[in-house]
Design a protein around this ligand. Structure first.
Ligand code: SAH
Length: 257
């Protein structure tokens, strides 16, 4: 008998932002696989076995989960945010493609979640309200020159940017280098948002200019989602004690009437 595999997004952190569909699937699972902080966010129920593993073991984790489903388990693989955004869904399908042919017949469902960029953008207004590009700054799986080329190309073409994985202990200088490269193609006053731990108790959100951000990249950490505006991004000043709104206007080349 074969089981089921759900690839589930847990949202950015607040339990209220897990979808009802994801919650219902989790209550039916016998086994949950994932990076240990995400596995810890899954509510307990009788008969649930947790298989927590380290960050860099995505393919091995995906294979273990598929193996478990192939032998009859009702399996969840969990990611933060959305499972299809720099997360486990790609690893699962890589494992399916390179694995035993029986895995192709498995019943696999990817259940979407609220990605960090959407939660961060919602906090600040609508900075991703029109064309935007999404880039992970991690150069673990792609060369750094590819990252820089994609950033320059997207910013030059007028896309706002949502940047995941800006900085980590193993990648201390790349984010600063990325911001310096963007200063070559964007005005220094372009709005930049550092949104950290969004929807968690220690959430911190800062609105900077690109020039300020390039001078202080260490203000971001591995729990920060970075949004870079365009030359057209608007910032509405609200006065003392109130966070400004940042939004993408609906039309190119137009200021609000
Ligand atoms: N699948 C996830 C992204 C995983 S990559 C999603 O869709 O959100 C991990 C990166 O996501 C982090 O380095 C950070 O850039 C971002 N991130 C995840 N949760 C976040 C949160 N609550 N607040 C801000 N950034 C977050």
């Amino acid at each position: 008998m074969t089981g089921m595999l759900y690839v589930i997004g847990l949202g950015p952190g607040d339990a209220a932002l897990i979808t009802p569909e994801a919650s219902a699937a989790l209550t039916r699972c016998t086994d949950v696989f994932g990076y240990f902080p995400y596995v810890a966010r899954v509510p307990d129920h009788a008969g649930l076995t947790r298989h927590a593993s380290d960050n860099r073991e995505e393919l091995a984790r995906a294979r273990a989960a598929l193996d478990c489903a192939a032998s009859g388990g009702r399996v969840a693989v969990v990611s933060g945010g959305d499972p299809g955004v720099f997360a486990m869904a790609s690893a699962v399908f890589e494992a399916v493609e390179s694995g035993p042919v029986e895995w192709r017949a498995l019943d696999i469902h990817v259940l979407p979640g609220i990605s960090a960029m959407l939660a961060a953008a919602a906090r600040i207004g609508a900075p991703l309200g029109h064309d935007f590009a999404v880039v992970s700054l991690s150069d673990n799986l792609k060369p750094w020159t590819v990252v820089l080329n994609r950033l320059r190309a997207a910013a030059s073409a007028g896309f706002a940017l949502a940047l995941y994985n800006p900085i980590s202990r193993a990648r201390p200088w790349q984010f600063g280098a990325a911001l310096t490269a963007l200063l070559e193609v964007l005005p220094p006053e372009t709005p930049v948002i550092f949104a950290s731990a969004v929807t968690r108790p220690d959430e911190r959100i800062e609105i900077l200019t690109l020039a300020n951000a390039a001078a202080a990249p260490e203000r971001a950490d591995m729990r920060t989602l970075v949004i870079i505006g365009t030359a057209e991004t608007r910032r509405i000043k609200r006065g003392e004690g109130l966070r400004d709104w940042v939004y993408a206007p609906r039309a190119t080349g137009a200021l609000p009437a």
